[in-house]
Design a protein around this ligand. Structure first.
Ligand SMILES: NC(=O)c1ccc[n+]([C@@H]2O[C@H](COP(=O)([O-])OP(=O)(O)OC[C@H]3O[C@@H](n4cnc5c(N)ncnc54)[C@H](O)[C@@H]3O)[C@@H](O)[C@H]2O)c1
Length: 327
């Protein structure tokens, strides 16, 4: 399968995007459709574009997986998950069911259906506390939460299906993803935008010195497209900007881009938070990917979207299920 099949030129390959109605999913679906690829989404909730083919349902149900693969699928982008760290701590059994059991069932159905490639949205939370100066693919998995543990389990299953059955699985360990279309998210940049637009106070969890890596969703989408078509992409690959910033620095960057006064308060640190995330993206670079967005450039686009949004039409608060944000 060449790069062209999924990246820059239309081809016959049909792609299933699980979780395609979510934040990253909507960006991925738009990018794949833009190059002319047939796309099918499976999700619990409808996709905003009525032209997108969708199977509505819970991926943990066998009949939903069957319907998703019916008629032939060449590759899968697997994004559907319990994405909230806090929710995973509160509901570990549900997190296991969605992130592990459904992933295992999807892999098995994909094997039977001769799917050629699968790109999995993993996370650097599989690693847990930093084991060196930066997080790399060879760090031992020592997850701190059910979210990180279930993503690590997903990666292990992918490894087995790649080696035993030749189903090429690329596990992209994403850092904090931000960008266009994150109105329903509860991660830091969405919370900052919401605080500015609603005039509310932004709560810093802990002292705000914890560092994180922020990667633009357009760069993540580009990595997913590369991984779909390029045989070199398999196993874990760290996808991050390679530059980490403290929460306080992000607040400052948002102030600079928006010109807004942001009222900040300090709250308690959250359970299961990684103390620091600094990543080395050398493996992804060696496979042809590099981030194109600086944080300031990416934030400018995000602010353009939020500053023009009708906050009474789009609910400013994320649903409770998303509290805590994905990592
Ligand atoms: N956003 C980030 O910062 C980030 C960082 C690292 C990894 N990730 C991973 O990337 C993926 C996408 O994240 P996102 O930010 O777009 O999340 P999101 O919550 O916006 O989207 C997830 C989508 O999956 C769907 N879904 C959940 N459970 C399902 C089920 N049982 N059956 C069918 N659909 C189901 C949801 O309805 C939602 O539309 C997730 O796997 C997440 O863990 C995200």
């Amino acid at each position: 399968m060449s790069n062209d099949a999924f990246g820059s030129r239309a081809a016959a390959a049909k792609v299933l995007v699980t979780g395609g109605s979510g934040f990253i999913g909507r960006n991925v679906v738009a990018a794949l459709r833009a190059v002319g690829l047939p796309v099918r989404v499976v999700d619990l909730v409808p996709h905003p574009d009525p032209d997108v083919e969708i199977v509505l349902g819970d991926l943990a149900r066998a009949e939903v997986i069957d319907a998703s693969l019916a008629g032939g699928i060449d590759a899968i982008v697997h994004l559907a998950a319990v994405t909230s760290v806090l929710r995973s701590v509160e509901q570990p059994a549900l997190t296991y069911r969605t992130n592990v059991a459904a992933t295992a069932a999807l892999l098995e159905a994909a094997r039977e259906a001769d799917v050629r490639a699968l790109v999995f949205a993993s996370t650097n939370a599989v690693v847990g506390p930093m084991q060196g100066a930066s997080i790399t693919e060879s760090d031992l998995p020592q997850p701190l939460t059910p979210y990180g543990a279930t993503k690590a389990a997903g990666e292990m299953l992918m490894s087995a299906y790649t080696s035993s059955y030749g189903l090429r699985c690329a596990c992209l360990r994403l850092t904090n993803v931000y960008g266009l279309g994150m109105a329903l998210k509860d991660s830091i940049i969405a919370r900052l935008m919401r605080a500015i637009r609603t005039g509310s106070t932004f709560e810093v969890y802990g002292d705000g010195r914890q560092v994180r890596d922020y990667v633009n969703v357009a760069d993540v989408t580009a990595a997913i497209q590369l991984a779909l078509g390029d045989e070199r992409w398999h196993g874990p690959v760290v996808i991050g900007s390679g530059t980490s910033r403290s929460v306080l620095e992000v607040v400052e960057a948002v102030r600079e881009v928006t010109g807004a006064v942001i009222d900040v308060t300090n709250g308690p640190a959250r359970a299961g938070e990684m103390p620091a995330v600094v990543v080395d993206n050398a493996v992804a670079r060696s496979r042809g990917w590099s981030p194109r967005y600086t944080l300031a450039g990416g934030l400018a686009g995000v602010w353009e979207e939020w500053s023009g949004a009708d906050m009474s039409a789009a609910p400013p608060h994320a649903p409770a299920a998303q509290a805590g944000g994905a990592r």
